[in-house]
Design a protein around this ligand. Structure first.
Ligand SMILES: [Zn+2]
Length: 152
């Protein structure tokens, strides 16, 4: 999925959380940041292009949609949250997980687990294709609706 689709999807889920839970705007922003993190494993991604010095070695070591596109970084963040009780780490974990969920509906799919067993989910959506465009605009409309219902 494209950078902008990840952002709008995590914004939408963040707005839903804002509606139902007592989260603040910083928590929402950290969800957005978390949703961009996994693609640091590709020099072609939006974030990867901006930080080649990090994305280059990571892509070389793990490959795109490798270790960084598994559930393990999410679990690591969640464990850090449990240890330090910093809510913003939980926000990063949520954003990170949202990225994986969205990537899982693409043709390339996501290998959530590698150890002890391989568990891969994939869908039919082509990254940058027509269905992603439709999803992008549906999420914009849904987000605008949520913003409207929150403030008006
Ligand atoms: Zn990704």
């Amino acid at each position: 999925m494209l950078f902008k689709t990840h952002l709008i999807f995590s914004l939408f889920v963040g707005l839903v959380l804002l509606n139902f839970f007592e989260i603040n705007y910083l928590f929402l922003i950290f969800i957005l940041v978390g949703s961009l993190l996994p693609d640091i494993d590709s020099v072609e991604s939006y974030l990867g292009r901006k930080a080649r010095i990090i994305s280059g070695p990571i892509e070389f070591l793990f490959g795109h949609r490798g270790l960084l596109h598994t559930i393990y970084p999410v679990l690591s963040l969640f464990i850090l949250y449990l240890i330090f009780r910093i809510n913003l780490i939980l926000a990063l974990a949520i954003g990170y997980l949202l990225h994986l969920i969205l990537d899982a509906i693409t043709k390339e799919g996501v290998t959530f687990f590698t150890i002890p067993f391989r568990f891969k989910i994939k869908g039919f959506i082509k990254t940058g294709g027509i269905f992603e465009k439709i999803l992008f605009y549906v999420l914009i409309i849904a987000s605008l609706f949520l913003i409207y219902s929150l403030y008006f």
